[in-house]
Design a binder for this molecule. Structure first.
Ligand code: IPE
Ligand code: IPE
Ligand code: MG
Length: 229
């Protein structure tokens, strides 16, 4: 592929785990387990494709507020059981991880796992997995506004962007949503202003490396004009 047409930063709204499980008469939690496995596989694949940042939407602020305790606890258990081991494998090959979202309200041991992973990231990784957990785009903007107010003085678009959780990370070039819904559900609200959007009906646990490649091919054929004629 022409690397000029390769997205630097891809965001993935990993939707459809629940429906995937339901189709197989499994509990939703098991759908999340298969989703988590697929996420790790996809990170490896995105990295070998030459993508520099993959932002994965693991849990929204709305999910945390509105889903059953059992389902949310299931997601935390997955982080406790699989995240450390699998993410470590990524690190061993020079990759980094950055956690975005309001982690302060998560269970203490989960906060520690995420902080340790973030802190252990190498300085200039060749690939970064951005892990969005208890993340909401509007909350992120309000959080940045409050930082700006405390700092005092005016901000411009660039200095404001540096106050977001994603400060220092380029805007997403491509946002993929699996699971058939055509909405962003509070994902990268500020950063997505000029992102190319790709929607697929494939449920996330079935979103294979080949499906990811299809999205990259689709992206490569698009003309990004950024307001030019
Ligand atoms: C996405 O899958 C993962 C999370 C939101 C945690 P869903 O759990 O939303 O799956 P569906 O949309 O119910 O199929
Ligand atoms: C978006 O999926 C959040 C994640 C994938 C983590 P949802 O399934 O929560 O989105 P809505 O509620 O259908 O918009
Ligand atoms: Mg969903």
């Amino acid at each position: 592929m022409d690397t000029g047409k390769l997205p630097v930063h891809v965001g993935v709204i990993m939707d459809g785990n629940g429906r995937w499980a339901k189709k197989r008469l499994m509990p939703r939690k098991l759908g999340h387990k298969f989703g988590m496995d697929r996420m790790i596989g996809l990170a490896e694949h995105a990295k070998s494709s030459g993508v520099k940042y993959l932002t994965v939407y693991v849990m929204s602020t709305e999910n945390l507020a509105r889903r059953s305790k059992d389902e949310i606890e299931g997601l935390f258990t997955l982080i406790r059981k699989y995240f450390t081991v699998n993410v470590k494998k990524l690190f061993d090959r020079g990759s980094g991880i950055k956690v975005i979202g309001d982690t302060s309200v998560l269970p203490d041991d989960v906060i520690k796992i995420l902080e340790d992973a973030d802190n252990a990231s190498p300085e200039n990784p060749d690939f970064t997995l951005v892990f969005a957990i208890n993340y909401g785009g509007r909350g992120e903007i309000v959080n940045a506004v409050n930082k700006a107010v405390i700092n005092g003085g005016k901000v411009d678009e660039n200095s404001f962007a540096s106050l977001l959780y994603t400060g220092g990370i380029p805007d997403p070039d491509l946002i993929i949503r699996t699971g058939g819904e055509m909405r962003l559900s509070n994902f990268l609200t500020y950063q997505s202003a000029y992102a190319e959007l790709y929607f697929t009906d494939v449920l996330f646990p079935d979103f294979s490396d080949a499906e990811f490649d299809k999205a990259l091919t689709d992206y490569a054929a698009r003309e990004r004009r950024f307001g030019k004629a």
